[in-house]
Design a protein around this ligand. Structure first.
Ligand SMILES: *Cc1c(COP(=O)(O)O)cnc(C)c1O
Length: 417
């Protein structure tokens, strides 16, 4: 087989997280399979921690990126707290051993019954709307300390769907409504112990964080009981060669500088919080998938794999680029392929991707699948969700069983017709 476009040879890659043979893992656990490398998670956490010198810095891992309880346990063991966006995630966090005080609960327009439940659990409340603030004031007066999620009106980040800190975004309370916040706080005597922004994902420019911070500092003067400022996340990771990730050390430096100045003006040393999700887990993850069919259509070679947008939504949802390695054939001339899923829906995983020859039965590793991979997976097409394994201290541990057809059917009720 020859292609006119094949000009370069593949650079042989030996992808083996902690020395683990991925092909063998696929034989043992089957495909598709999510695999996470614990060492990479630990490395990412170390990189964050070592970049900051401010003693009162805290990291709250955004659980929604990857919510497997064994991964959460690993992250907790590294001394990281938790950011949750649903009551379910709050319960999972508690089950894994995070204390309620370590859990920041950042809901977005949830029913107030869920708010009551979260308050009963004792997690830190982050308030994202004026009606919610009024509700808490009326029901709980000054007994539930709250953080206010402000919308800094900054448009930054990658894809539009992950840019969440601008005025037309649904998240947070507009800075222009700060006077209304202050009114409600005074009316009910609510204790505001923190201010929060989360501008979006994939922000590489540290200046964006500083700009957001400045807006929070200005708002802080209206609240005298603050214990922390939460700068959210959005740290970008590199998905492909040439991608510019957020450079954490310079970011840490300018943020600390501005924060120290702010604290001096404020009159107290507050805690400085961040909520990284993607940064901690993205790079650790691989979606391992087997090639089912190679279809040589005129002008375009389709590689079908035994997964799709049901297991990895990011390429279709965010136009995300995920590097792909053919682990069963990593040598030879590169050829263009359209890597597509097995779902009855357009589910292109990679377009016009240069890979060494792909044959049916090959195993492909889709990289950077740790964040928003499994956690966004569904049962579309009544497909089973994959198993998950964690490579921990050189050993491959099963951390979620592959679903069975029974799992899909168990909550369905067949009525008599
Ligand atoms: C999703 C989310 C995060 C994490 O964002 P990443 O881009 O994955 O780091 C942090 N804070 C809040 C409130 C979020 O919703």
């Amino acid at each position: 087989m020859s292609f006119s476009t094949s000009t370069t040879e593949a650079v042989p890659t030996n992808l083996a997280p902690q020395g683990v043979d991925l092909e063998q893992v696929c034989q043992q656990f089957g495909t598709p399979l999510y695999l996470y490398d614990a060492d990479v998670i630990i490395r990412q956490i170390e990189q964050l921690r070592s970049a900051f010198t401010y003693p009162k810095v805290k990291f709250k891992y955004a659980a929604k990126a990857l919510t497997n309880i064994s991964v959460l346990k690993l992250i907790r063991q590294q001394g990281i707290d938790l950011d949750v966006v649903s009551i379910e995630e709050a319960h999972i966090g508690l089950k894994v051993g995070f204390s309620a005080q370590q859990i920041m609960y950042t809901p977005s327009g949830v029913p107030f019954t869920e708010i009551d439940e979260a308050i009963a659990l004792g997690v830190q409340m982050n308030v994202d709307s004026l009606p919610l603030l009024r509700y808490i004031g009326k029901q709980y007066g000054n007994s539930v300390p709250c953080c206010i999620r402000l919308n800094p009106d900054i448009r930054a980040g990658g894809h539009d769907k992950i840019s969440v800190g601008h005025n037309e975004s649904k998240f947070g309370i507009a800075l222009s409504q700060l006077d209304l916040v202050v009114d409600v706080v005074e009316q009910y005597g609510i204790v505001i112990n923190g201010l929060h922004i989360h501008t979006g994902s994939d922000i590489k420019d540290p200046e964006v964080f500083v700009e957001g911070a400045k807006r929070l500092y200005a708002a802080a003067q209206y609240f005298s009981n603050l214990q922390y400022i939460d700068f959210g996340s959005g740290f970008k990771v590199a998905y492909k060669e040439g991608d510019i990730a957020t450079d954490i050390p310079p970011l840490a430096q300018i943020m600390e500088e501005s924060f120290r100045e702010f604290c001096q003006e404020y009159g107290r040393e507050l805690e400085m919080w961040f909520e990284p999700g993607k940064y901690i887990v993205s790079d650790s993850g691989y979606l391992l998938t087997k090639v089912t069919v190679v279809k040589e259509n005129p002008g375009i070679n389709f590689v079908h794999v035994d997964t799709g947008l049901n297991h990895l939504l990011r390429p279709m949802m965010y136009d995300a680029y995920h590097e792909i390695v053919n682990i069963t054939n990593s040598v030879g001339p590169l050829q263009p392929y359209q890597v597509v899923g097995y779902i009855c829906e357009t589910d292109t995983i990679a377009e016009n991707r240069m890979l060494p020859q792909v044959r049916s039965g090959d195993v492909l590793a889709i990289k950077n699948a740790g964040a928003y991979g499994f956690s966004m997976a569904s049962n579309y097409n009544s497909r089973l969700r994959p198993a998950e394994v964690l490579v921990y201290q050189g050993e491959v541990k099963l951390i979620r069983q592959r679903e069975t057809l029974d799992d899909i059917l168990q909550n369905q009720i067949e009525i008599s017709l």
